[in-house]
Design a protein around this ligand. Structure first.
Ligand code: SF4
Length: 483
C-alpha cells in the first residue's frame, strides 16, 4: 500500500509559480470548452454526448466481436496485429522488432499508452535514439519529466521554463518568445523525422469496419511520424475500438470541443496499413499493438467498466478542483485527475493507492463535462466502498467503521442528536472570530485535527436552533398570558 504522496502534494501547493501556471492553463481550456459548447453550431452537444455514450457502451459490451473485426481488416490491408497481454509483452515486441530491423532512431507522437508501459525507458536502454515529436512531450523529454496532463503534457511549464530547458539541453541562445521556441524545436525535429527508421504513434480511435487507426492532433507531428519512417507501429489500449467510420462523426465533434475548444483538431489522420502499390508515401510495414495490461480486469465489473469509455479529452482534469491544486505529478500513475482516480485503482487494485478515490470533493464537475458521460463521481463512491470493504476484510479501519456507526446512530435518533448538540459549547475555547481553529485536547484524534488543519469550519452557535425556538415559544406563551 502506497502512502499519500504528501511531499509532492505540499510542494505543488506551496509553489506559487506552479499554482499560477496550472490555474491559468486549465482556466483557459475550460473557457475554450465552454465557448465552443455554447456556440449555436453545437446546439446538439448534449445529444452528441448521449450518442457517444451509447456507442461506447455498445462497443464495450460487444468488444470481442469488434476487436476480431478490427484485426481481420488490419490484416486485409497488409498490417499486422500484436495482442499484448501486459506492458512486458508490448515492450518486448518493440525491442525485438528494432533489433531485427536494425532500428537506431525512432520518432514518436504523443501516446499515453506508451507512457503507461514505459516504452521509452526500455528503448533508451537499448541505446536507441527515441525522440518525442509533440512539442509538449519533447520539452518534457528534454527535462526528463513525465506528462503533467493527458492532453497538454507540459501544461505546468511557462515559456521561461522552456527557455531554460532549450538553452541547457540544446545549447541554443536563450529565447523566450513562444513562436521562436517552436521554430527551434521544429529545426531539431525535422532532421529526426527524416532520419528515423521507425515511427510510433498512439491512436484515438480504431475503426473496426475498416481497420483504420485514427489520430487527431494539432501539430502534424503524428502524421509525419506515421508517414516518413519506413516502419510504423500504432500503440493502443483495446478499448479504443469503435464499430464504424461513421461513428467518428459523433466522436470528433465532442473530442475537439471538450479537449481544446476546437470544433475539429487541425489534423485528423487515417492510417490504413502499409503503403500499397502505386502510393507515393506511407510506411513499408505497419503494426498495430493492442494492449490489455489490466483492461480485461476492468471489464469484469459491469458498473465501473464505463471508465474504459474515456476518449482522453482531459476535460475532467481541467474542471477538477483537486487536480487544479495538486497538479499532475502528485498522482501515482500516468493518468491523473478524476479519470486517473477511477482508472488506477481498477488497473492496480484498490489497495495500492487507497487515498486516490478520496482525492475528490465529489463536486460532480468531472461527470458534468465528460463528453462520453462517464459517471465519474458514482465510480469514485463505488471505489471508496470497495476500499472500506477491503479494509474490513483485512481487519483494518475498525475505529473508522465504529465512528461512522456511532455517527449514523446519533443522526437517526433525535434524542441522541440533542444530547450530542449539548456538547457543542465545549468546543468554544477553540474558536477564533467565529471559526473553529482547532479542537479541545480530548477530541484531538488524528483525523479530526488533520481535517481542521486544512479546512475552515464555522464555530457552533452559542445557542442551538432548538434552544432558540423553545425560548421563542416560551416567550410567546408568556406574552399571551400577560394580555
Ligand atoms: S473521463 Fe471523460 S472528461 Fe475525463 S478525459 Fe476521459 S473522456 Fe475526457
Amino acid at each position: 500500500m502506497n502512502p499519500i504522496p504528501e511531499q509532492k502534494i505540499n510542494k505543488a501547493l506551496n509553489d506559487q509559480r506552479l499554482q499560477l501556471a496550472i490555474y491559468d492553463a486549465t482556466g483557459r481550456l475550460m473557457q475554450k470548452r465552454k465557448d465552443s459548447v455554447l456556440d449555436p453550431i453545437a446546439e446538439n452537444f448534449e445529444a452528441w454526448r448521449d450518442q457517444a455514450n451509447a456507442i461506447k457502451r455498445h462497443t464495450i459490451e460487444n468488444l470481442d466481436h469488434y476487436l476480431e473485426q478490427l484485426e481481420r481488416n488490419v490484416i486485409k490491408r497488409g498490417g499486422k496485429v500484436i495482442w499484448a497481454k501486459d506492458a512486458e509483452e508490448a515492450v518486448s515486441f518493440v525491442r525485438a522488432l528494432c533489433k531485427q530491423k536494425g532500428v537506431k532512431r525512432i520518432v514518436k507522437s504523443k501516446s499515453m499508452t506508451t507512457e503507461e508501459v514505459e516504452l521509452n525507458h526500455a528503448l533508451e536502454h537499448d541505446e536507441i535514439d527515441v525522440v518525442e515529436t509533440d512539442l509538449g512531450e519533447y520539452i518534457l523529454q528534454l527535462a526528463r519529466e513525465t506528462p503533467y496532463h493527458i492532453v497538454a503534457p507540459a501544461l505546468h511549464k511557462t515559456r521561461y521554463d522552456v527557455a531554460d530547458i532549450f538553452t541547457e539541453k540544446l545549447g541554443v541562445e536563450r529565447e523566450e518568445v513562444i513562436e521562436k521556441q517552436t521554430m527551434i524545436a521544429r529545426r531539431v525535429l525535422r532532421e529526426k523525422f527524416l532520419t528515423a527508421e521507425l515511427g510510433i504513434t498512439g491512436a484515438n480511435f480504431l475503426v473496426a469496419d475498416s481497420g483504420a487507426v485514427v489520430i487527431v492532433e494539432n501539430e502534424g507531428n503524428a502524421r509525419l511520424s506515421s508517414s516518413a519512417p519506413r516502419i510504423q507501429i500504432a500503440f493502443a489500449g483495446f478499448e479504443k475500438v469503435i464499430p464504424r467510420a461513421q461513428d467518428l462523426a459523433t466522436f470528433l465533434k465532442v473530442l475537439g470541443r471538450s479537449a481544446t475548444g476546437q470544433p475539429l483538431t487541425v489534423y485528423t489522420s487515417f492510417l490504413n496499413g502499409p503503403r500499397r502499390q502505386g502510393e507515393i508515401d506511407g510506411p513499408e510495414e505497419f503494426y498495430l499493438v493492442l494492449l490489455d495490461n489490466g483492461r480485461t480486469k476492468v471489464l469484469e465489473n459491469p458498473s465501473k467498466r464505463q471508465a474504459l469509455y474515456c476518449i482522453r479529452c482531459g476535460a475532467c482534469l481541467n474542471h477538477c478542483p483537486v487536480y487544479r491544486k495538486i497538479g499532475g505529478h502528485s498522482y501515482p500513475w500516468v493518468y491523473s485527475g478524476p479519470i486517473g482516480a477511477i482508472l488506477s485503482p481498477q488497473f492496480h487494485g484498490v489497495t495500492r493507492d487507497p487515498w486516490l478515490p478520496h482525492a475528490s470533493s465529489l463536486c460532480g464537475a468531472c461527470g458534468e463535462v465528460c463528453p462520453v458521460k462517464i459517471e465519474i463521481p458514482k465510480i469514485l463512491l463505488e471505489l471508496r466502498h470497495d476500499i472500506a470493504e477491503e479494509k474490513e476484510r483485512q481487519g483494518e479501519g475498525r475505529i473508522e467503521h465504529l465512528g461512522f456507526k456511532a455517527w449514523a446512530l446519533v443522526m437517526s435518533n433525535p434524542g441522541l442528536w440533542k444530547l450530542a448538540l449539548s456538547g457543542a459549547p465545549l468546543t468554544m475555547p477553540a474558536t477564533q472570530n467565529g471559526w473553529l481553529r482547532s479542537v479541545p485536547g480530548f477530541m484531538k484524534l488524528g483525523p479530526i485535527a488533520a481535517w481542521l488543519s486544512q479546512r475552515d469550519l464555522p464555530a457552533p452557535a452559542p445557542k442551538s436552533f432548538r434552544k432558540l425556538w423553545k425560548e421563542r415559544q416560551e416567550a410567546k406563551a408568556a406574552e399571551g398570558k400577560t394580555h
